[in-house]
Design a protein around this ligand. Structure first.
Ligand code: SF4
Length: 223
């Protein structure tokens, strides 16, 4: 396996279902491999073996779709060292690159032009202790316009998660400077309930519905 090879689960074109770019057509490059074992992971299939592809081929396939955004996702994309030059080269080609990461690995080495959507895992994930504090620090230290390339996402499964998340957001004053996307763990919490909590607490967070799960069968891959 060369330094320019990545293990890929799938490359596909769909509607962005999450984050502040939800609704836009987007090309997804899903890297295989993770191993964090979050409870409620909805891309468990990407944890398994993928196919090895050369960077040039990955870029060629992704660019074919001519989508306004290219998202690098997983699995956990930052586990593969070759992902960093891939993101940089896509940025050099004037592509708008989004990165979706589980939040366990520091985003320090990610090209500054990449829009980083960083998960903050709450207690129900079973892995909250592995959230990398470096990512909040990097976001808080970033100057504009780089600061605007950080976004945080928290998937809430119940009241305990919500209270944990609001306390963390308050502690770091994250809602004052960053887009905070708050979604529900599909089938575990009614989005209307989360909406009520956000409104009650005057929380500056955006309610996120995973659009692709409403548009298509929630268990379908490649959407
Ligand atoms: S980090 Fe993401 S891909 Fe990995 S187990 Fe957790 S939810 Fe699944």
């Amino acid at each position: 396996m060369s330094a320019n090879t990545l293990t890929i689960s799938e490359i596909f074109h769909s509607i962005q279902g999450e984050g502040s770019f939800a609704g836009w057509p987007c090309t997804f490059i899903r890297l295989a491999g993770c191993g964090h074992g979050c409870a409620g992971c909805d891309t468990g299939y990407a944890e398994k073996k993928g196919v090895e592809l050369e960077r040039e081929e990955i870029m060629q396939r992704a660019l074919t779709f001519q989508a306004p955004f290219i998202e690098i996702t997983g699995g956990e994309p930052l586990l593969q060292p070759a992902v960093y030059p891939l993101m940089k080269l896509l940025c050099d080609l004037d592509q708008k690159v989004l990165l979706e990461t589980g939040g366990f690995i520091s985003v320090e080495k990610v090209d500054k032009r990449v829009h980083k959507i960083i998960d903050i895992k709450p207690p129900s994930s079973g892995v909250a202790q592995h959230n990398n504090p470096d990512n909040i620090r990097l976001a808080l230290e970033a100057e504009p316009p780089h600061r605007h390339t950080f976004e945080f996402k928290i998937v809430i499964a119940g009241k305990e998660d919500y209270e944990w998340a609001t306390s963390l957001l308050r502690e770091h004053r994250l809602t004052e400077s960053f887009t905070i996307m708050m979604g529900v763990s599909f089938g575990k919490l009614d989005p209307a309930e989360l909406a009520e909590w956000i409104l009650r607490d005057r929380l500056r967070a955006r309610l996120q519905l995973q659009l692709h799960k409403y548009l298509w069968d929630p268990s379908r891959r490649g959407v």
